[in-house]
Ligand binder design. Structure first.
Ligand SMILES: [Zn+2]
Length: 264
């Protein structure tokens, strides 16, 4: 059977995943995933909505046509990949959700110096992260990460990814869960970037770790892996976004690196 390419097709409400990369959640899922090329996955809760098989679309929920964004998601399958590569998703939905949370996006941007990050319409498979989940990045960042990791390995340094691309819906979910636990938006913002303002949304940032060290902890600073990154990551286009005392008021994140085009 034709193997689907390792790409993630991204739309506002739904992601299209290569079926081969998804874990089955039931025996029905397993049978379908084995035959499917793509799976429509609802972004806000990860629910599998439909499988795209050679013979057509197989619904995995009772009222598929009522799911917001299904037509758009299916239409994306027919869009040329090169066109998707250049597209970013609209931000109207995010702006509305931020307003519902009582979060003034303009003021937050001014206070933090962070900017709204649109989601790319297309992401490339960049291997697996420490937790064996597929790691998604924009194409140049995915290629740079593979080269960086190989370069490090040749010099005896093991690097692994903790997390790459994350959707607006994922970050909104973090906020909603914390609000439900009684935290205020202001309290959450001391630890989490506002939804839409994380560099992870753009597909160029990733959190890097080394086996044996806790993920996304300041202790990473003391590892040989971090020393190696400081010396060599720049040559591969990766830069530390939040050094100590950064102007964004974000805690020091020695693990968070972002790829930028040369001269950009
Ligand atoms: Zn990060």
């Amino acid at each position: 059977m034709h193997r689907t390419p390792p790409l993630l097709l991204n739309t506002d409400a739904i992601e299209l995943w290569p079926a081969a990369l998804l874990r089955a959640r039931s025996s029905t899922d397993a049978r379908l995933l084995a035959q499917a090329q793509w799976v429509l996955r609802r972004k806000h809760d990860g629910r599998y909505l439909a499988a795209v098989l050679p013979r057509g679309v197989h619904s995995l929920v009772t009222h598929l046509p009522r799911e917001p964004g299904v037509d758009l998601a299916l239409a994306t399958l027919d869009t040329r990949r090169a066109a998707l590569e250049a597209q970013w998703l609209p931000m109207a939905g995010l702006q509305a959700r931020l307003a519902q949370l009582g979060l003034d996006a303009a003021r937050y941007a001014a206070d933090s110096g962070l900017r709204l990050e649109a989601e790319p319409a297309l992401l490339h498979y960049a291997g697996r992260d420490r937790f064996h989940r597929p790691l998604w990045l924009r194409r140049p960042a995915a290629q740079a990460w593979r080269r960086l990791r190989l370069h490090a390995a040749r010099e005896g340094i093991a690097l692994d990814a903790i997390s790459g691309y994350r959707s607006h819906a994922y970050q909104l979910g973090i906020f909603e869960r914390k609000l439900a636990r009684g935290l205020t938006v202001a309290q959450i913002l001391t630890v989490n970037a506002a939804p839409g303002f994380s560099e992870h949304h753009g597909g160029h940032a990733l959190d890097i770790g080394t086996p044996g060290d806790a993920p996304a902890e300041e202790s990473f600073e003391g590892t040989p892996a971090f020393a190696w990154l400081q010396a060599h990551a720049g040559a591969h286009g990766f830069h530390l976004s939040y050094p100590r005392d950064n102007p964004h008021g974000i805690v020091y994140e020695p693990w968070h690196w972002c790829w930028k085009p040369a001269g950009g």
